[in-house]
Write a protein that binds this ligand. Structure first.
Ligand code: SF4
Ligand code: SF4
Length: 344
């Protein structure tokens, strides 16, 4: 089993962490089976958030009796100290634990620091003094904020999107976190579903010994696929390198990472799926994507109000309305082609 030490925290965990966000969509019983099976299989880092609806509760119900066996991280989006304290108490109660190992600020616009007037960083320090949290972390999707937080010396861990589709600036951040002794947790190791080869994604991340990927798992089959990938040699094969090069060529440039920070959309467009549809159609079986449900969702794109809420909130600087339009055109073509193939 490969392990990672999270910088100055000294916490050493299995290199395959568990991202609990997708368990929001899983029933209570199945979630309990998955969490226990993951723990039995050696996964001992669990990362959730106050914002992931009932995922904290699912962890609390399923594995809090085994609390000594795993490291637990959650997050708060609180913008003031009152909300911070409320979030922390709610998380502790839901997770059925007296302490959280890593408590993270969840993707703030800028990173909290002592004396910035919000009192948020001071609230973290108080929580640590009270023994309610052990280490202070931050998550971010914006490279300048992530880098500045890591370099500030205020954070024990940084969570940032990182996969083989990331660019050299992102890779430099991972390496620099190593030098700064800041634990590096990578979200979106499959780039929001665009990477479909878990084994290649995992082997590639092995080349970054200080990076801890958290794999989003929703179904028992996905967990078993991860366990299967663990049986493969953890070095990139020639075929995997080829696959990565092909994916990079196909997905180069700006693409939607499905982070959801542009939501909600007043026109009720499912941006995280609709803005990636042309990529997904090339990379997954088209059938489910051409279903009546997705046709209905895609048909909402022309209702865009051009309010620019999405564009203004996209941490990747995407022109989201334009991206949606391109996806809409592409989707219409795919539907026509599928219709023509059916009637041929
Ligand atoms: S610009 Fe269009 S897609 Fe973006 S949030 Fe506004 S209505 Fe939704
Ligand atoms: S458009 Fe931007 S903010 Fe919205 S999901 Fe995609 S990457 Fe995230």
């Amino acid at each position: 089993m490969t392990e990672v030490t999270l910088g100055r925290t000294g916490l050493t965990v299995n290199k395959d962490g568990f991202g609990v966000l997708p368990l929001q969509r899983t029933g209570m019983e199945e979630a309990a089976r998955i969490l226990n099976r993951a723990l039995d299989g050696g996964m001992n880092y669990y990362d959730t958030a106050r914002a992931y609806t009932d995922s904290e509760e699912k962890i609390g119900r399923a594995i809090s009796s085994r609390r000594g066996e795993f490291i637990l991280a959650t997050k708060t989006m609180a913008g003031n100290t009152e909300a911070f304290r409320k979030d922390l108490e709610t998380s502790l109660r839901n997770l059925k634990t007296p302490y959280i190992d890593i408590y993270q600020f969840h993707n703030p616009q800028d990173f909290p620091r002592p004396g910035d007037g919000t009192g948020l960083y001071e609230a973290m320090l108080t929580a640590r003094e009270q023994g309610k949290i052990r280490f202070i972390g931050i998550t971010n999707h914006r490279l300048p904020v992530a880098r500045a937080a890591a370099e500030s010396g205020l954070y024990d861990t940084l969570q940032f999107p990182f996969s083989y589709l990331s660019d050299e600036r992102d890779a430099a951040l991972v390496r620099d976190c190593g030098k700064l002794d800041v634990g590096f947790i990578c979200m979106k190791a499959l780039s929001g579903g665009l990477i479909t080869d878990v084994s290649a994604a995992r082997s590639w991340l092995m080349e970054y010994p200080n990076a801890l990927p958290i794999w989003g798992i929703q179904r028992e089959g996905e967990l078993e696929a991860l366990f299967e990938a663990q049986q493969q040699p953890a070095v990139l094969s020639a075929a995997q390198r080829q696959r990565i090069e092909k994916d990079r060529a196909e997905l180069s440039g700006n693409f939607c990472r499905a982070c959801g920070y542009c939501l909600p959309c007043p026109a009720e467009i499912e941006i995280t799926m609709c803005a990636r549809m042309f990529l997904l159609l090339r990379r997954m079986p088209a059938g489910p994507l051409l279903s009546e449900q997705w046709q209905r969702e895609m048909a909402k794109i022309p209702n865009c109000l051009h309010c620019n809420h999405c564009k203004d909130n996209c941490p990747y600087g995407l022109d989201t309305p334009a991206l949606l339009e391109r996806n809409y055109e592409d989707y219409r073509k795919a539907l026509e082609e599928a219709g023509a193939a059916k009637s041929a």
